[in-house]
Design a protein around this ligand. Structure first.
Ligand code: 4AD
Ligand code: MG
Length: 489
């Protein structure tokens, strides 16, 4: 056996080789060693599939020094005949003629061993975790979902808008923004009254990373009809939960002439479309992730395990119409619920007006309705300024045409609303909520010139990926998570 793979042979993806229907021909495989058994059997993976191809080495005729370099993690190229395998566990294998080590991997130092590693440990070596089956599957599903989002909107004539990442506005009014500045903190320019002089800053005014592309999206929708954004979004909220990232990806469609019902229909259709797409295009990955979850849950007490496996859960979501109820109805249900009566909620339901905690959302979705739920018409006080105001009810309570879509195991997956298109009402609300109307004058122009009913929503992409992959921590569905005190890699 020689140790030099001839250069003219093009290599074939392992995925294609594993599906091969003809045998006997010479092939070249390039990939990373997963395992090397009995000085003979190499399991090679090239990322194209979860499956490895087995390469069989004639160790009697192979240099000892070369065999020693076939270690877990090493990059290699092998050439040989693709043959039907006699062994169990694989249909085909490569009978190695030539083997070349492209990149050594010191087995003493390579942190990934052919055994199970905890997700926590893998998070610390996020730069290498792509090489595990779990993360291969997760990022394949993420890729498919992302493509499906674009396909869904493209098929429906929506225009993909690239809204700015650096902005001067706080669309959500929650003040959770990362500042963008080139000012020198040690010599901050000051105005005569001592305030920071942003005129000296790069943009001549205070700027931040966007918390939402919605406001700019609305401008585009008021001309192009239906648009969507899909980009990075930043929130400086100090939430160390399994559902929050400081940098995440959000999909924000905005539709002219849509009312809240149309908005809900579109969101439900989108979610079902992309989940079905993932099931159709990533069956092996989802099967793998299903088994991973079953395995993980084996260690849990019965009552903490999922009632359905991952595939059943995804189908269940496709087969059922999402429940649609108002915030007020939800509060009634929660008020009368067993955990509330028995004082089992950490935050008891006291009355109308407070925001729902994730324990309440999960009760509604997982225990009461047992399917995704769309909550509408929230109290105006707990929602953003741009949402369309309802007339006050008999009890004088103010609500807005908001909609949140709650998912099992996730809580809020989507947040959206019909927008307040009436100029006077919008301006009044901005005043009440201390939203600087002057700085958002460009936004108000949409209401000045040909205002029209419109609606939109934001889908948190990583929360969607969490749901479809059955992973439990949002940090495990984005390559390099940014969270409080963590911006590694
Ligand atoms: O509910 P949110 O804050 O809504 C908006 O930003 C609106 N401008 C959307 C719109 O109407 N165009 O965020 C929308 C979604 C949430 O439902 C959640 O899925 C996700 O974005 N999200 C986060 N995902 C991960 N980490 C965070 N810190 C998130 N904050 C929101
Ligand atoms: Mg929200």
């Amino acid at each position: 056996m020689t140790s030099q793979v001839s250069n003219h042979m093009k290599h074939t993806r392992i995925k294609d080789l594993l599906n091969a229907t003809t045998y006997g021909h010479q092939v070249t495989v390039k990939g990373w060693v997963k395992t090397f058994r009995n000085n003979q059997f190499i399991a090679i993976n090239d990322g194209s599939t979860l499956g490895n191809i087995q390469a069989v080495v004639d160790f009697n005729n192979t240099d000892e020094a070369l065999l020693k370099r076939i270690t877990t993690g090493a990059a290699i190229a092998v050439t040989g005949a693709l043959v039907e395998s006699l062994g169990k566990g694989q249909r085909v294998e490569v009978k190695v003629d030539t083997l070349e080590i492209l990149g050594d991997s010191d087995p003493e130092k390579f942190p990934l061993q052919p055994k199970k590693h905890s997700l926590e440990f893998l998070r610390e070596i996020a730069h290498l975790r792509f090489r595990t089956n779990t993360f291969n599957a997760v990022f394949k599903v993420r890729n498919a979902l992302s493509f499906a989002v674009h396909q869904f909107f493209y098929e429906r004539g929506f225009v993909y808008m690239h809204t700015p990442i650096i902005t001067g506005s706080d669309a959500e009014g929650a003040g959770e923004m990362f500042k963008v500045t080139t000012l020198d903190f040690d010599h901050t320019p000051r105005t005569p009254d001592g305030a920071v002089d942003y005129k000296e800053d790069f943009f001549g005014k205070p700027t931040n990373l966007t918390v939402s592309g919605q406001l700019e999206g609305e401008l585009a929708a008021m001309a192009l009809g239906n648009i969507y954004t899909f980009g990075p979004t930043f929130r400086a909220e100090n939430s160390n939960t399994t559902r929050h990232l400081a940098e995440f990806w959000m999909i924000e469609p905005e539709m002219a002439f849509y009312e809240l019902e149309d908005n809900m229909d579109l969101a439900e259709e989108l979610l079902k479309y992309v989940i079905r797409f993932a099931l159709d295009h990533c069956p092996d990955e989802i099967e793998f992730l299903k088994n991973r979850l079953l395995d993980e849950e084996k260690g849990k007490p019965q009552n903490e395990r999922s009632e359905m496996d991952l595939v059943a859960k995804l189908h269940f979501c496709l087969d059922n119409r999402f429940e649609r109820i108002t915030y007020t109805e939800a509060i009634d249900i929660l008020h009368r619920s067993k955990p509330n009566q028995k004082k089992q909620f950490k935050y008891p339901i006291e009355g109308w007006g407070a925001d729902l905690q994730s324990e309440h959302e999960r009760y509604l979705v997982e225990k009461h309705f047992k399917k995704p739920v769309i909550l509408t018409d929230y109290p105006a006080e707990i929602k953003a300024f741009y949402m369309r105001q309802n007339d006050p009810d008999e009890q004088g309570r103010h609500t807005v045409r908001a909609m949140d879509i709650l998912f099992p195991g996730i809580g809020e997956m989507v947040g959206g609303s019909q927008r307040e298109e009436r100029f006077d009402k919008l301006v009044k609300r901005m005043e009440e909520m201390n939203v600087p109307a002057k700085e958002l004058d460009w936004y108000l122009d949409t209401r000045r010139f040909g205002t029209a009913p419109h609606a939109g929503f934001g889908l948190g992409f990583e929360r969607l990926v969490v749901f479809v992959t059955g992973m439990t921590n949002i940090r495990d569905v984005i390559p390099f998570p940014r969270t409080p005190n963590n911006a590694e890699f």
